[in-house]
Design a protein around this ligand. Structure first.
Ligand code: CMC
Length: 429
């Protein structure tokens, strides 16, 4: 083999030279295994904790250019989708690869609408949670429990089965999410209203008390739908990688989505929107911002809602959310925490610490302010992230299942423990 699309490696331990192919800007980690010091040597591995520089799959779903703040779903810019599309159309796009025509869109939304209800035993199951259970814990557990309601979902090789459970999960997420909230505040559970939009139906199940019919405010209905579009997918982040790793064992999709939702719950990932609000409330007033920035620079705390593994410029989702916030605040009144957030952003973007590290506001910095203005409790913020992300997780899972190159995920390790030693009886230790 020789040519431009190769990498020549000289192993200075042995003086031997190897040539490995380069394709799509990558080398195959397995090609390093031929590099050995002797026949007994296992072969060279790459060490990449937290997968900073490892492509784990080929994917045709979401494209990010982190340096230039670009995000596209199936090639369509996120800004256009947020302006022109709606969440269910975007979910179809992520899953099927193309925007639906009218007939496809109608069939898709009809399929979603008929599956929004939950089995009554799910209701009883949720009733068992402690009165103050965090909605995200309820969501994770309830999605996992759905696996026991649909044992046929194990047949992941069947395209028809996969489609039917993808539809169920996208349809049922708002119902589980709303019920987890109503349970945590002790309110009666509201059943889905298929006459409403996807976001509107969710708002109805969250807000409705005694009304026969609930009509969501059109601006808030649309704002929530746009937030759902912005959160629908983000390629191989922590929860999506979890979806793929767990899915690679061929487990049913309910179990895999439950695992992905658990990954999302963490404060460094989807839990950051909740952490941002707690931080803004704790800061309390604009004049405390310089002190907070000082603490961040001293390494005493993180500025939640700032920084991203991939974006090294302004997160394009944060830009759209900032604009959306103005429309929502026109209806709800301005969130008083906005001034603190704007001041934090202003000072941080001018400060050398943040400039050098390319730390910009991410999707979670402003979304919480909108959620709070819409009167969602802080504990619901990550749930609001999880509802639309299910579409992305399932699109990525579908792609994984059909990808002939994929196998069960199984990284290697560098063993750092003791060398072989003999067991010592307890009275001799
Ligand atoms: N505040 C202060 N310093 C930070 C921050 C922050 N939010 N984020 C990164 N840094 C510093 C970090 O200390 C490090 O400094 P140094 O080089 O001196 O050690 C440098 O910037 C590089 O950071 P890193 O930790 O190597 O970056 P990472 O890619 O491992 O982490 C991150 C990415 C998002 C976990 C991190 O930026 C963070 O913890 N941000 C706060 C939590 C947050 O907002 N998460 C939401 C992410 S976007 C939505 C999502 O994924 O769900």
């Amino acid at each position: 083999m020789s040519g431009n699309n190769t990498l020549t490696i000289t192993d200075n331990r042995t003086g031997k030279t190897y040539e490995v192919p380069i394709a799509d800007g990558t080398i195959r980690a397995n090609d390093l295994r031929q590099i050995k010091t002797d026949a007994q040597d296992f072969g060279l591995m790459s060490y990449d904790p937290a997968f900073l520089n490892t492509a784990s799959c080929r994917s045709a779903i979401t494209y990010i250019d982190g340096d230039n703040g670009v995000l596209q779903y199936r090639g369509y810019p996120i800004e256009q989708l947020a302006e022109e599309s709606n969440f269910l159309e975007v979910a179809y796009l992520l899953l099927e690869g193309e925007l639906p025509n009218k007939a496809q869109y109608e069939a898709w939304t009809a399929d979603i609408n008929v599956h929004t209800f939950l089995h009554e035993n799910v209701r009883k199951f949720m009733d068992g949670f402690r009165y103050d259970a965090h909605p995200m814990s309820q969501l994770i557990s309830t999605i996992g429990a759905l696996s026991s309601f649909y044992p046929e979902a194990k047949d992941i090789s069947s395209h028809a089965q996969r489609y039917s459970h993808i539809v169920r999960m996208i349809a049922k997420m708002p119902t589980i999410a709303a019920w987890s909230h109503r349970h945590s505040i002790g309110f009666p559970l509201i059943y889905p209203d298929p006459e409403l939009s996807y976001a509107g139906n969710f708002l109805s199940m969250i807000k409705r008390i005694t009304e026969d019919e609930y009509t969501p405010h059109p601006v808030l209905d649309r704002a929530l739908d746009v937030l759902f579009i912005l959160h629908a997918d983000h390629e191989q982040n922590c929860s999506t990688s979890t979806m793929r790793v767990v899915g690679s064992s061929n487990v049913d999709p309910y179990s895999a989505v439950s695992a992905a939702a658990a990954a999302l719950y963490g404060p460094l990932h989807g839990g950051a929107n909740e952490a941002v609000l707690r931080m803004l409330k704790e800061i309390g007033s604009k004049d405390r911002v310089p002190q907070v920035i000082k603490e961040v620079k001293a390494g005493e705390r993180l500025l939640m809602g700032f920084g991203h593994r991939v974006y090294k410029s302004y997160d394009p989702r944060a830009k759209t959310i900032k604009k959306l916030a103005d429309q929502v605040f026109d209806v709800t009144g301005k969130n008083p925490l906005l001034d603190i957030a704007l001041e934090l952003e202003r000072i941080a973007l001018e400060d050398d610490y943040f400039v050098k590290r390319k730390l910009y506001p991410n999707v979670d910095f402003y979304s919480g302010l909108i959620y709070e203005a819409m009167k969602f409790p802080t504990a619901m913020f990550t749930v609001l992230f999880a509802i639309p992300r299910v579409a992305g997780w399932l699109a990525q899972w579908n792609e994984l299942v059909e990808d002939k190159e994929q196998k069960i995920a199984r990284p290697r390790q560098i063993y750092t423990g003791p060398a072989l030693r003999n067991y010592v009886a307890m009275d001799k230790r």
